[in-house]
Design a protein around this ligand. Sequence first.
Ligand SMILES: *Cc1c(COP(=O)(O)O)cnc(C)c1O
Length: 374
Amino acid sequence: MNVPLLDLKAQYAAIRQDILRAVEGVMDTCQFIHGPQVKELEEAIARYCGCAAAVGVSSGTDALLCALMALEVGQPLPGGSAGAEVITTPYTFFATAGSIWRVGARPVFVDIDAGTYNIDPSKIEAAVTERTRAIMPVHLFGQVADMDPIMAVAQKHKLHVIEDAAQSIGSTYKNRKAGSIGTVGCFSFFPSKNLGCLGDGGMVVTQDPVLADRLAQMRNHGAKPKYYHKRVGGNFRLDTIQAAALLVKLPYLDGWSQARRRNAAQYDRLLAGYAPVKTPVIRAECQSIYNQYVIRVPQRDALQAFLKQEGIGTEIYYPVSMHQQECFAALGYKGGDFPESERAARETLALPIYAELTGEQIEYVVCKIRQFLG
Ligand SMILES: *Cc1c(COP(=O)(O)O)cnc(C)c1O
């Protein structure tokens, strides 16, 4: 049996006609930049997330970058000193830390919770300094980070909170949607995310209409009006074609997430009480959208190689913690600084979880895991 990690063709086959019609609609009008579908999608996403406003951008990475620029996080601090700091997790996709670095700020890492793999809020306050400007929690694998204590620290120290919700659109924390809790929320529409477009795309959401206006300026070189620049922004625009495709897909999102939860529940059931495998920990106040279903196992690399041999696709998210990346050597971190993040990088493995996966495929995956681990 063949079980790929992800099967984008299965999803596409089900909505092919509507996608093609939507793309054709954009082609016919030739409004490739800021066509009406961009605004329509922004309104739909804002509504979906329970936010005041949404601003379409060119990727999840650019959503983070645009948010950091709009909040002037990299600008010199009052008194003129450089060296702004942003507190974040070392166990994430590179874009989180990379975007902080790119605005000239310093990523300050805080270790993760061993169960959820999200930033450990109890460790954040100790990392706050007079240079801290923001906290950037990541809602990893589809589960929202523990936001109440994060927001409490942020309020106490007057920090922005930039939610990296690239893996968590539609996920909830105490019935609030990912991205709607902090100062801004950033989404990615990379094809492998729960809501993927036809290439790269992203969105920033916020409850603050003034900030939304600033974000919209930043995505278009900071211009307002056209050709007049009070700030330096970039080209962070979302293509009309991407917005049109996303408008077709958005109504399916909750159904797809539901199917992922059903698949996760089947894995959970089949692996319950099986000591060698630790299944995902989802907190009671959270509903995950399972962008990934990540287990923790001994002999992770050998298991991955075996599963590959048996036709099963898996992925390691992520093999190297951010504080150990070569490009961040100047930050001065070393191995052992964030033991839970480093352990997760050694022990975790993502299994196929996409919506169209069948029960038989999941049984096969678990059967092969048990065959290997004994
Ligand atoms: C995917 C992802 C991003 C970046 O999104 P792109 O659309 O690929 O630029 C940022 N942060 C996290 C946690 C992600 O998973």
